[in-house]
Ligand binder design. Structure first.
Ligand code: ADP
Length: 465
């Protein structure tokens, strides 16, 4: 006989389940500034549990090997998109940029296609070696070779003769197991007239946060920094092999003769914008910074069709941008794991604030009204939300807030009493130090770049906040 009574409750669908009551449970694969930020959340608890977490700051290896096997609950959040490499692997980025440009040309949207002119001409070798040679014979010049699987300037060299890259002559791609096959590299046109300050080359690290690819939603951080070489720039033939002149990576520069971590090699973007405005006028400086913002968005639009939009994911990208002497910005690469190790107190302060603002936007505790997105959140500005965001609260002459004064304390989700003063004044003793740089730029040769007016010497990297 059938038992009387109601049917057993239907199991809840994944998207109907709620986060269990209690504190946010977080995990972190990294032990640097993100760990400090998570630890500073007094009401959150750390967990080592493989599956029972609400927030996980994972390394890329975990994402590639484990994410596929997991069934995440609706509320769980993780810091990478599963195939972020479409944007962050050097060769795939170029492939996607070229494809986006071609697609626009096919649709006869030539003006827009022309906007994809922010990456230097690039070939993947050995597979595109022949095409590269054709171009090299036609235009010559200096080129840079970059291994696709390495970072921090490793394996990079400049060349101006074909004989210098003869190892890449044969295409081995049709024999995938070929042990003699050279490592895959990009052969990229070298931007040989970079913008110099104090005679030295620099590139920029800019942070952008993507919380969704469909629709594409992008926040741009106002603060970031310029990283200088320690040695004056030169395009003399005998200097072509000198990586201290040509590569701005901190990992390279810290071995440069006369490198002095205490003097430092960095400027804040805020200081750079001030400097550019003073030197070239507001119009030219605004255009440069606007072009950088556009480049950041265009790169994301180019990879959008290839990206798996997983609603559990968000990603903080570190863009590397080089400015040339005609004030044109060039995209060098996009990092999915921008260094979160702090080199000194001002670096730690910047990264701590940046990550705190990321967590506020991800909003694990659902503090924000559902569906409500503010234009300014902490030091981030919403710059794309399924389309351009050009709605400013008040009339402004700034076409982008990149490098503008970081008003993160005014744009907080957390209560005011948690505001500016809640930032620890000292980094924990444990904080990792992997890249020794600090303060304003200086160098052994030619002296430091002049400080932008109103921003005094070593103080201006710290003057961001
Ligand atoms: P990595 O991932 O090893 O840092 P990048 O592509 O960022 O590789 O290049 C390292 C450095 O080399 C850059 O920071 C920049 O200083 C220099 N560089 C790279 N590509 C170019 C280029 N096309 N023109 C001029 N300088 C470049």
């Amino acid at each position: 006989m059938a038992r009387e009574g109601t049917d057993p409750p239907r199991p809840l669908r994944r998207d109907e389940r709620q986060r269990p009551p209690g504190p946010i449970r977080w995990r972190s694969s990294l032990r640097n500034t993100i760990y400090d930020v998570l630890q500073s959340k007094k009401e959150w608890v750390e967990t080592e549990n493989e599956t029972e977490w609400d927030f996980f700051w994972a390394d890329k290896g975990w994402i590639h090997h484990e994410l596929d096997k997991m069934h995440l609950n609706d509320w769980q959040r993780i810091n990478h998109f599963p195939n972020h490499y479409e944007l962050t692997r050097k060769d795939l980025l170029i492939k996607n940029l070229k494809r986006a440009k071609k697609q626009l040309e096919r649709e006869e949207r030539y003006m827009e296609a022309a906007q994809y002119n922010f990456f230097p001409l690039t070939f993947v070798v050995p597979s595109e070696y022949r095409m590269f040679v054709e171009e090299f014979k036609r235009s010559g010049g200096t080129w840079i070779m970059k291994p696709i699987g390495k970072a921090q300037g490793q394996g990079i060299f400049l060349f101006n003769k074909l004989s210098q890259i003869s190892d890449w002559r044969r295409d081995h791609t049709w024999r995938p197991d070929d042990e003699d096959a050279p490592e895959t590299y990009l052969a990229q046109r070298y931007v040989d007239a970079p913008y110099l300050v104090g005679g030295k080359k620099f590139d920029l690290r800019i942070y952008a946060l993507v919380t969704s690819y469909s629709p594409l939603r992008v926040f741009l951080y106002r603060s970031g920094f310029a990283r200088f070489t320690n040695t004056r720039y030169s395009m003399k033939k005998e200097d072509i092999t000198n990586t201290f002149i040509h590569l701005t990576n901190v990992a390279i520069q810290k071995h440069a003769p006369g490198f002095d971590a205490a003097k430092g090699m960095k400027w804040s973007i805020h200081s750079l914008r001030h400097f550019m405005t003073t030197r070239h006028g507001a119009e030219a400086s605004n255009e440069l910074f606007h072009n950088m913002q556009n480049l950041i968005i265009r790169a994301l639009l180019a990879v959008q069709p290839a990206m798996i939009n997983d609603k559990h994911c968000f990603e903080l990208y570190g863009y590397d941008i080089l400015i040339d002497q005609s004030l044109k910005p060039w995209l060098l690469e996009v990092n999915a794991s921008p260094s979160l190790s702090a080199s000194d107190t001002s670096d730690w302060t910047l990264k701590f604030a940046l990550l705190e603002d990321v967590l506020d936007i991800v909003d694990l505790e659902s503090k924000r009204e559902p569906g409500k997105i503010d234009l300014h959140m902490g030091g981030f500005d919403l710059i794309w939300d399924g389309g351009p965001v050009m709605r400013f609260d008040k009339p402004t002459s700034l076409p982008t807030m990149l490098g503008a004064y970081n008003e993160r304390d005014r744009n907080q989700l957390r209560p005011k009493e948690d505001g500016p003063s809640h930032l620890p004044t000292q980094r924990p003793k444990r904080a990792a130090v992997s890249v020794p740089t600090s303060g304003a730029t200086s160098g052994t040769e030619g002296g430091p770049p002049q400080a932008p007016p109103g921003a005094g010497g070593a103080a201006f990297a710290a003057s961001l906040f």
